[in-house]
Design a protein around this ligand. Structure first.
Ligand code: NAP
Ligand code: MG
Length: 399
């Protein structure tokens, strides 16, 4: 059979540890036999990041901006232990943080739903995609503990010499204070990313904040979302039969628990941090969660939501057998290939991505899976495969 041809390269960001091993297996067994794979390769493995003083991470993000679609393997974010382990020149920043800062994107996380791995919430029939605003609020705050009586003020000094001051609280007793901010531009980008992604995957957008209590701060989020929607997206949403729905965050949480799924839940930074862990664990496993960074100008970077699975890698190094789940990494590749196919008008590439996803899901539904899934599946007597056997089982079904 002739291999599928590509026109524009994907930006390929290789990574670390067990996911780097899976990365190569996925390419060798599931992609290269079927596609004349065109990629521009960047090695984001920690060793090469160290050799290039992390320039390779910046280069990979710039190349993504240029070509539009990237696929990324999980990477180590260095800490003190990694400094010694890899003999690092310095404690480099998280590659994801660096890439996100350059692409200015929003991260969308979607669970991969499979029969036999049932969500804890019985009525969730379709995936819920969580979109988290990744700028500001308490992640960029200033805090104080005060232990003498006094007055706390919120003060703004304008560069034009103006000054505004509001009393926060008169303290009779010791207490705590916090100041935080957000930016109209960042909120606007976030709203655009959510609405673009919704049109892309054909799902409605739900957004919740607390504007009844936070009448300026949260109200600003609500107002900007509505302005962006009305001015730029309403017509396209109407034509596609989709909706944008705002409500109070507590009302949204209650509705999510009663819903069937199949929508995008846009969350402010803290809500997204908390709710994405709730949604992903309720759907079953971090190893079944995909993640895509979408920039407001339509650049896409696909990856798995989990890390480099360090514990399994150390077993692998000792020559022991591993049963590491490659599903989210496979779906990072299919997401990127499908998007490349759509942008370049290559139908075969889009349908290959669909078939590879289908083969992966059917392999699990037929009872063949890695250990993490075997522990939580409702399928009786699942067959536990090792890392390579699982990928080979998918290949057999795909072929
Ligand atoms: P992790 O790699 O996500 O793994 C944590 C645990 O979750 C594993 O030990 C394993 O549990 C289970 N697990 C996760 N993915 C799995 C998979 N595909 N198949 C089977 N089990 C899976 O998180 P971590 O161990 O905390 O972090 C390791 C490294 O990853 C760190 O250096 C961190 O900086 C990096 N990291 C990178 C990213 C990214 O690039 N996006 C994200 C998060 C973390 P058991 O051990 O019980 O089997
Ligand atoms: Mg968190």
């Amino acid at each position: 059979m002739a291999k599928i041809q590509m026109t524009t390269p994907l930006i390929e960001m290789d990574g670390d540890e067990m996911t780097r091993i899976l990365w190569q297996m996925i390419k060798d067994e599931l992609l290269l036999p079927f596609i004349d794979l065109k990629t521009e390769y960047y090695d984001l493995g920690l060793q090469y990041r160290n050799e290039t003083d992390d320039q390779v991470t910046i280069d990979s993000a710039m190349a993504t901006k240029k070509y539009g679609v990237a696929v990324k393997c999980a990477t180590i974010t260095p800490n003190h232990a990694r400094m010694d382990e890899y003999n690092l020149k310095k404690m480099y920043k998280s590659p994801n943080g660096t890439i996100r800062a350059i692409l200015d994107g929003t991260v969308f996380r979607t669970p991969i739903v499979v029969k036999g791995i049932e969500p804890c919430v019985r009525n969730w029939k379709k995936p819920i995609t969580l979109a988290r605003h990744a700028y500001g609020d308490i992640y960029k705050n200033t805090e104080m503990h005060v232990d003498v009586p006094g007055d706390a003020y919120l003060v703004f000094r304008g560069e034009d010499g103006s000054e505004r001051e509001e009393l926060i609280q008169h303290f009779d007793h010791p207490g705590i204070l916090l100041g935080m901010h957000n930016l109209d531009d960042s909120i606007r980008s976030f709203a655009r990313s959510c609405f673009n992604y919704a049109l892309d995957v054909h799902e409605s957008v739900w957004f919740g904040a607390k504007d009844t209590i936070s009448k300026t701060y949260d109200a600003r989020f609500k107002q900007i979302f509505q302005e962006v929607f009305d001015a730029e997206y309403k017509e396209r949403f109407d034509a596609a039969g989709l909706e944008y729905f705002y409500s109070l965050i507590d009302d949204i949480v209650a509705r999510v628990m009663k819903a069937q799924g199949g929508f995008i839940w846009a969350c402010k930074n803290y809500d997204g941090d908390v709710m994405s862990d709730m949604v992903s664990s309720a759907f079953g496993s971090l190893a079944m969660m995909t993640s895509v960074l979408v920039s407001p100008d339509g650049v896409y970077e696909y990856e798995a939501a989990h890390g480099t699975v360090q514990r399994h890698y150390y077993k692998h190094l000792k020559g022991e057998e591993t049963s590491t789940n490659s599903v989210a990494t496979i779906f990072a590749w299919t997401g990127a290939l499908r998007k490349r196919g759509e942008l370049d008008g290559i139908k075969e590439l889009v349908s290959f991505a669909d078939r590879l996803e289908k083969a992966t899901i059917e392999t699990i539904e037929s009872g063949k899976m890695t250990r993490d899934l075997a522990l939580i599946t409702s399928i009786e007597n699942p067959e536990v495969l090792n890392s390579r056997e699982f990928i080979l089982a998918i290949r057999e079904r795909l072929a």
